[in-house]
Design a protein around this ligand. Structure first.
Ligand SMILES: Cc1ncc(COP(=O)(O)O)c(C=O)c1O
Length: 433
């Protein structure tokens, strides 16, 4: 009998994976999970240090969420959201809007990328319906909004995006407010990019339908955090020039920063907010775009007006996904998870302080629980080597280049948080000398 890995290598093509290195990296074959722990087919357990790619909220197999999905399964597995509706979808829209004063309508999609596609199409169509088609999107250097072509168009990570440039939408980019020059404060860097954006909007604002940002943290760029003044300026400049502000909260949303939405930390409300990832507590794929009544209103008209939003997915608002999300949002509230997440972020910061001072580390960046530890490169794929060394110590991590990401489940306990940082510290010691 072939092993799982042999069968995998023979049959599977994995995302973001160079398959010539796949087996050499000794991938883990996960069989089951419980709380913050992943178990492989050989019975080894690993702390899930990245919340299974930034999605797990309370840990795996949370009894209340398991039960909500089972209860939903006993009532309705799926029905379309085109020409019909259902209670879990309606309830979820209401719950989401209750967390976002200033946003009024919810459009469901599947993955984070598909929510971004929805937001981009809504923004452009809104400009058409407002009397002036504006075909340009403004985004940030180092941005990541997903892998579908609209999302790639507003991305700014050359390694991921350069190949596809000939296929993409019309965009303009400004610098990353998170990429500070040596000795620059976050506010100084933000001021530079605000000046750049001000100049761009003065020149071309009349063609711009939306400014698209990851609020306060450019996550996939390696947790580049930036000053709230930039987000506030983007809000102001979008309004001044009649463009929309899209805050992509797919990574930052649902409590990762210690607030429900990162944009709330900056005291701003976008015109369109995208969310996904942790929305279902890490159980099922579901994303959403939250819109203002002003945007929604421009889509109202007769059937012949062409103002319909011609977009939808077969599994839009799948009831099982909505049931998981409803249970998640209810638990976040009843357990006071946002305060727990804030405390977890602070604990991570305290525990990482010695590592931040180490010569082996270039920088530790963190907002709430979203943490990137940039290690000094000691050859090719140092970040990957650190993650493998952490795995030997019972912690599962995944790097972005030489930035080791920590994104634990938001309810992670004290002992597990110490294990997480302890294993990372030892792994960095082992690999980066
Ligand atoms: C900010 C942001 N937007 C969009 C996406 C894409 O989400 P998905 O992978 O669910 O398509 C991601 C994924 O990491 C993300 O970080």
């Amino acid at each position: 009998m072939e092993s799982w890995l042999e069968r995998d290598a023979a049959a599977v093509w994995h995302p973001f994976t160079q398959h010539s290195l796949w087996l050499a990296d000794e991938p883990t074959v996960i069989e089951r999970a419980e709380g913050p722990w992943l178990y492989d087919v050989d019975g080894n357990r690993y702390l899930d240090g990245v919340s299974s790619l930034w999605v797990t909220t309370f840990g795996h197999r949370t009894p209340e969420i398991d039960q909500a999905i089972r209860d939903q399964l006993d009532r309705l597995d799926h029905s379309t959201f085109l020409g019909a509706t259902h209670p879990p979808g309606i309830e979820l829209a209401e719950r989401l809007l209750a967390t976002t004063p200033g946003l009024d309508k919810v459009f469901f999609a599947g993955d984070g990328s598909s929510a971004v596609e929805v937001a981009l199409k809504m923004a452009y169509q809104h400009s058409v319906q407002s009397g002036q088609p504006r075909p340009v999107f403004v985004h940030l250097a180092e941005a990541y909004h997903g892998d579908t072509l609209g999302a790639v168009s507003v991305g700014g990570i050359e390694l991921f995006h350069a190949t596809y440039r000939p296929l993409l939408l019309t965009t303009e980019a400004v610098g990353s407010p998170g990429l500070r020059k040596h000795g620059q404060t976050p506010a100084e860097r933000a001021a530079e990019v605000i000046a750049e954006l001000t100049e761009l909007m003065a020149r071309q604002g009349h063609e711009v339908c939306a400014i698209v940002v990851e609020p306060l943290v450019q996550a996939a760029a390696g947790m580049l955090t930036y000053d709230a003044s930039f987000l506030q300026a983007a809000r102001r400049l979008a309004t001044e020039h009649g463009a929309l502000l899209i805050c992509d909260e797919v990574a930052t949303g649902v409590g990762r920063t210690g607030r429900m939405w990162a944009s709330q930390l900056a005291g701003i409300t976008p015109d369109l907010l995208t969310c996904g990832k942790g929305l279902t507590a890490g159980y099922l794929p579901l994303s959403a775009v939250l819109a203002t009544d002003a945007v929604y209103g421009s889509f109202l008209g007769s059937a012949a007006s062409g103002r319909t939003f011609f977009h939808g997915h077969t599994y839009t608002a799948n009831p099982l996904c909505c049931a998981a999300a409803n249970a998640n949002l209810a638990l976040i509230e009843s357990r006071g998870l946002l305060a727990t997440a804030t405390a977890l972020g602070e604990r991570l910061g305290d525990l990482l302080a010695p590592l931040a001072d180490s010569d082996a580390v270039v920088e530790v960046r963190r907002l709430g629980t979203m943490t990137g530890v940039e290690v000094r490169s000691v050859g090719e794929r140092t970040g990957q080597a650190v993650c493998r060394a952490a795995r030997k110590r019972g912690v599962w991590l995944r790097p972005l280049g030489d930035v080791v990401i920590l994104m634990p489940p938001l309810s992670l306990g004290r002992a597990e948080t110490e294990l997480l940082v302890g294993a990372l510290t030892e792994a960095v010691d082992e690999v980066v000398r």
